[in-house]
Design a protein around this ligand. Structure first.
Ligand code: FMN
Length: 318
C-alpha cells in the first residue's frame, strides 16, 4: 500500500516538472518573440509571404533568440553585413535598430572605421553621414540617453574667467551651499570646510596671492580638516580629504550652473601662504578656490573646454 502511494507521489512530481517546464518555455518564447510589422506595413500588399517571413520568422523568431546571441551583437553583425554589401537604406535602418539595442555613436563610428579596411574605404565615406543622421552630431549623444538632463547641465558648464560685478543673491548662494551639503563623503565624516570670501578686504588679500579670483565678488575656499578625514586602514598615507572636498565642490559647481551662475575651479595659488593669510586652522588643508557669480557678458569658453579625449583613450574594460 505504502509502495503504491510513493509511486503515485513520484508520478505527480514528474508531471509537475513537465508542466512547469512547458509553461516556462512558453513564457520564454513569448518574451523573446517581439511583434514586428515592418514587413507587412511596407510590403504586405505586394509580397505578403515575404512580409510574413520577415516579421514572424526573421524578427519574430531569429532576432528574438537573445538567449543565444544578444540583440546588440546581432545588430553589429547585421550592420557589418549590410555595410559590406553597400546596402545603404537598409544599413541606415539597422543603425537605428542598433542604437535602440545599445550601440553608442562612438561604437558605430568604430565599427565602420574597422570595416573600412576589410570592405572598402568609400563605403565608410557613405556610412559616416548615416551615423550622423541617426545619432546627430553631438559626440556625447549615445543610445537612449539623448534627453538626459544631467548631460544638458554638464554641457552648459564651462570655466568662467571673467565675472560681472552683479552680486549673487543670498538665496542662490545658500542654495549652492546646500547642494554641496548633499554630497557623499567617505564614511560620511564630512571633513570639508567652505570659506566664503566676500568682503572687499578679503578679496583684496586673495588678489595679492593669485589672479584666479577672476574679478568675482564671491570666492569660495575649500579646505578639509585632517583630523576628520577617513584614513584607509589598508594603505598607509591614503585619506579621503581631497576626494571629499572635490565631490562637494562639484555639487556646488553644477548647482551654480543650474541657477544660471558661473564658476571656475582653481588650484593655482600658494596653499600655505593662503592658509596663513586667512588664518585657516593648522589642521586644515586648502584644496581649491572657486570664484562664483554671474559671468561677464563677453565671457566665452576657452579653447581647452572642447578638447576632450575619446572614451576609448580613457576607459579600459578589465
Ligand atoms: C583640479 C582642477 C584645477 C584647476 N585649476 C585651475 C586654475 O588654477 N586656474 C584656472 O583658470 N582654471 C583651472 N581649472 C579649470 C580647467 O583649466 C578647466 O576645467 C579645463 O581647462 C576645461 O575647461 P572647462 O572647465 O571650460 O570645460 C582647474 C580645473 C580643475 C578640475
Amino acid at each position: 500500500m505504502l509502495k503504491k502511494y510513493i509511486c503515485a507521489f513520484f508520478a505527480f512530481l514528474i508531471c509537475l516538472f513537465f508542466f512547469n517546464n512547458n509553461i516556462l518555455s512558453a513564457e520564454v518564447r513569448n518574451n523573446m518573440s517581439k511583434k514586428q510589422t515592418a514587413g507587412r506595413d511596407l510590403l504586405g500588399d505586394i509580397a505578403p509571404k515575404f512580409a510574413e517571413l520577415n516579421d514572424d520568422v526573421l524578427f519574430g523568431e531569429v532576432w528574438s533568440r537573445e538567449d543565444k546571441l544578444s540583440a546588440r551583437d546581432r545588430s553589429m553583425i547585421t550592420i557589418s553585413a549590410l555595410f559590406s554589401a553597400g546596402l545603404y537604406p537598409q544599413l541606415k535602418a539597422h543603425l537605428e535598430i542598433g542604437k535602440k539595442h545599445g550601440i553608442t555613436r562612438e561604437e558605430a563610428v568604430e565599427i565602420v572605421t574597422q570595416l573600412a579596411f576589410y570592405c572598402g574605404w568609400p563605403k565608410a565615406w557613405s556610412t559616416f553621414p548615416l551615423i550622423r543622421e541617426v545619432y546627430g552630431n553631438d559626440k556625447s549623444e549615445s543610445a537612449n540617453v539623448s534627453t538626459d538632463k544631467f548631460f544638458e547641465l554638464a554641457k552648459k558648464r564651462y570655466s568662467v574667467r571673467k565675472f560681472s560685478d552683479k552680486p549673487i543673491e543670498k538665496e542662490k548662494l545658500n542654495r549652492v551651499l546646500e547642494a554641496g551639503n548633499l554630497a557623499p563623503t567617505a564614511k560620511n565624516q564630512q571633513p570639508h570646510r567652505i570659506y566664503v570670501i566676500q568682503s572687499e578686504k578679503s578679496l583684496a588679500k586673495l588678489k595679492e596671492l593669485t589672479h584666479c579670483g577672476y574679478g568675482a565678488k564671491t570666492v569660495l575656499l575649500f579646505t578639509y580638516n585632517t583630523d576628520e578625514t577617513w584614513k584607509n586602514p589598508l594603505e598607509e598615507g591614503i585619506n579621503s580629504g581631497v576626494e571629499d572636498v572635490s565631490i562637494v565642490a562639484t555639487h556646488i559647481m553644477f548647482e551654480a550652473t543650474e541657477l544660471g551662475l558661473s564658476t571656475c575651479w582653481c588650484n593655482y595659488f600658494p596653499n600655505s601662504k593662503l592658509e596663513e593669510t586667512f588664518n585657516i586652522p593648522k589642521n586644515e588643508k586648502s584644496v581649491l578656490i572657486m570664484p562664483i557669480g554671474y559671468a561677464d557678458e563677453n565671457s566665452n569658453p576657452s579653447l581647452l573646454h572642447t578638447k576632450k579625449k575619446e572614451l576609448y583613450q580613457i576607459v579600459k574594460y578589465l
